[in-house]
Design a protein around this ligand. Structure first.
Ligand code: UGA
Length: 312
């Protein structure tokens, strides 16, 4: 199989690329190496992927010539985007609209006439906002609380439109707060673990009682791989979540027990756009792909701690 992975230099994209290569597939990775976080980290991710069957293309999906990238491709995993819930307000919204909506629309346009191509889109639990019901099923009406969530939902709707109008075989996976080695530096666990390592202050937004259904990156990769190759109706949407409901305070306790020392915690106001709780119902994903999460929070945190410790 030949796969295109957009956002290949990123956290999830690099893990997915490695897994596909290990399974014997050819992978074209595209990434614009945006300045959202340190290029050194992305180059380190790319170095970990290096393989004779891996081709890297540095380009921006919002203006690149996408046709050649899709030549001979069986599955396009669309993970590229402008991440970050809390930083999507104000002037930076233009980056979100461009990277998440326009880039996805351009990729869909390029993909729509490709017979047999499957496109797997990395959506987000942020489309739900403060959901009406927990665990939240895909049938619950999305109502994002952040500009970021609005762009992720808009792109998901675009996937549905191209499925309905052109028969493009799209699958959208709603990822719930993904963690593990190589997690982005702006995300909670990397920030907490690095602060623990370096004896620095940990900043908590709000009471710390907000709950997340944290999902280990290997479980996300497994869902991506299965959804790339298992027949499913065009335009399908699935939650991918770890199956546990943990507050940020519980995570801090786990971290203190793993690193063996108390954290220096500083509290700030609730961040705009943050939701109180996420919890995904993964019944549909289990039925469609026989998928279930395998890595529990403590084990996953320990693996991320090993990674953070080793990068020092
Ligand atoms: C994450 C990703 O950043 C999004 O790209 C993704 O789409 C989203 O998950 C999702 O599931 O849809 P978030 O849940 O905010 O967003 O993930 P973290 O940055 O790991 O934050 C988790 C919780 O920790 C949030 O409540 C946040 O307010 C809190 N936090 C984060 C802190 O208290 N302090 C920090 O320094 C960072």
């Amino acid at each position: 199989m030949r796969a295109l992975v957009t956002g290949a230099a990123g956290f999830i994209g690099s893990h997915l690329s490695q897994r596909l290569l290990a399974e014997g597939h050819d992978v074209i990775g595209v990434d614009n190496l945006s300045a959202y976080y340190a290029g050194t980290l992305k180059r380190r991710n790319l170095a970990a992927i290096a393989h004779p069957r891996f081709t890297f293309v540095q380009d921006d999906l919002a203006d690149a010539d996408l046709g050649p990238l899709l030549d001979g491709v069986d599955v396009a995993y669309h993970l590229a985007g402008q991440p970050g819930v809390r930083s999507s307000w104000g002037e930076t919204f233009a980056d979100y609209a461009r990277a998440n909506v326009l880039a996805t629309q351009r990729l869909l346009e390029a993909a729509r006439c490709r017979e047999g191509l499957r496109l797997v889109y990395a959506s987000s639990s942020s489309v739900y906002g403060d959901a009406e019901a927990f665990p939240t099923a895909e049938t619950v009406l999305p109502c994002p609380r952040s500009p970021y969530g609005v762009t992720k939902l808009a792109a998901e709707h675009l996937c549905g439109l191209y499925a309905a109008n052109f028969g493009l075989s799209t699958v959208s996976l709603r990822f719930f707060t993904v963690y593990g080695p190589r997690q982005r530096p702006d995300m909670a666990f990397t920030r907490f673990l690095r602060a623990a390592r370096d004896g620095q202050q940990v900043t908590i937004y709000g009471t710390g009682e907000q709950i997340r259904d944290f999902t280990y990156v290997d479980d996300i990769v497994e869902a991506l791989v299965r959804s790339g190759t298992t027949p499913t109706p065009a335009g399908s949407v699935f939650n991918v979540s770890g199956g546990g409901s943990h507050s940020v305070n519980e995570v801090l306790e786990e971290i203190e027990s793993i690193v063996g020392k108390p954290l220096n915690i500083h509290r700030e106001a609730v961040a705009r756009g943050d939701v109180r709780r996420t919890s995904g119902d993964t019944t549909a994903l289990a039925r469609a792909f026989g998928w279930r999460p395998r890595v529990q929070l403590r084990e996953g945190l320990r693996r991320q701690w090993d990674w953070v410790s080793a990068e020092a």
